[in-house]
Design a protein around this ligand. Structure first.
Ligand SMILES: [Zn+2]
Length: 353
């Protein structure tokens, strides 16, 4: 547990004066990674992944997640939707998914299974029967290694034959969209709309507001998706952009927005800024080892470092600013942090034991 930073006086002040009064008493966190380091892939050839998350946590067993909630939300009840951290083809899928299956049984929290795109439709069903999973988490780095990272499209790691299965079962897909253009990328937008039209029973969640971390990542994507879609959900995990959140609220509406954290990475102390459309995580000097390996990380010290709180608090404060700018009511906020996810999870029927 030593890697979970204890709240400072500043954190406690921010929480008690600005965050606790804004949040409902019960929270559902729709986006959490829970894993034990023994199921990781060997540390080599991870060129498709950004490297900074590995500096924050090498594993996140359920005990650490629960302890993080206890420290960061001392007066709230938080229920996580859990999934693993199987971002490499060489990872231990049976072990990582098996751990989530066991936690669903033991703790009663909902969870998703990491799906490999090379599984057939039959294999996907066999795997889904191994636990009371509510659906699947998919990830771009599991696509065919022959594809260059910016050629990867959604259907390369969320193939149509698997979408057909998920559609039949009415289950969840947690989707981190690919490509450097992020949310504004036309191929992404086209395929997101196609999934909603062709697979109307899939409960599609677009993670991190489609990775629109800087204003430039949005383009007119949310206006378009607001007009063209009625069902897909958006989580705002690991995103701190209040301008993006306000546009999300205006175009999509508060009934399709889900709170998610992306723990454990957001327990990092971090203040995120954008420079020329690129996000930079400002972190206190020395706290996360050698950050020079990743151009998204930059160290600060002195007064600038002393003002940095948890990334997760920044995310919630940014959503609060957007909620105020768009006039969300207390009830709307409770929908986003709890009731929307409850409605979604209640609609899903797991097929496993
Ligand atoms: Zn994530």
């Amino acid at each position: 547990m030593s890697t979970i930073p204890a709240p400072t006086a500043l954190d406690q002040e921010i929480y008690s004066t600005r965050i606790a009064p804004f949040l409902p008493p019960r929270i559902i966190d729709i986006h959490t990674h829970v894993w034990q380091s023994k199921t990781d892939a060997p540390r080599q050839n991870r060129s498709r992944l950004v490297t900074w998350p590995a500096l924050v946590a090498s594993e996140n067993p359920i005990e650490d997640l629960v302890e993080t909630y206890r420290r960061l939300f001392p007066d709230k009840e938080v229920v996580p939707m859990m999934f693993g951290h199987l971002n490499h083809r060489a990872a231990d899928f049976a072990g990582g998914n098996g751990y989530i299956a066991e936690l669903i049984r033991r703790r009663g929290f909902p969870g998703l299974m990491y799906a490999r795109p090379d599984w057939s439709a039959e294999e996907l069903v066999v795997q889904l029967r191994l636990g009371r999973f509510s659906g699947v988490k998919v990830y771009l780095s599991l696509a065919d290694p022959k594809l260059a990272v910016n050629e990867i499209t959604i259907f390369d790691f969320l193939p149509p034959h698997q979408l057909a299965v998920i559609n039949e079962l009415g289950m969840i897909v947690m989707l981190h969209i690919p490509r450097d253009g992020r949310l504004r990328d036309p191929v992404n937008i086209e395929q997101m709309i196609e999934i909603e039209r062709r697979y109307p029973s899939v409960q599609l969640i677009i993670a991190h507001v489609g990775r629109a971390y800087c204003d430039e990542d949005m383009g007119d994507a949310l206006a378009l998706l607001g007009r063209e879609t009625r069902r897909m959900w958006f989580d705002f995990s690991a995103n701190t952009n209040a301008v993006v959140f306000a546009e999300l609220i205006r175009r999509i509406g508060s009934r399709r927005i889900l709170f998610g954290s992306d723990l454990p990475i957001v327990r990092m102390r971090c203040h995120r800024i954008c420079e020329h459309g690129k996000y930079i995580n400002l972190v206190p000097k020395g706290l996360y080892g050698d950050v020079s390996v990743d151009s998204h990380m930059r160290e600060v010290d002195g007064a600038a470092a002393a003002e940095i709180t948890y990334f997760l608090y920044e995310e919630i404060l940014a959503f609060k600013a957007a909620a105020e700018a768009t006039g969300l009511t207390k009830q709307d906020v409770a929908d986003v942090f709890c009731h929307n996810a409850e409605r979604l999870l209640n609609s899903v029927k797991p097929i496993g034991q």
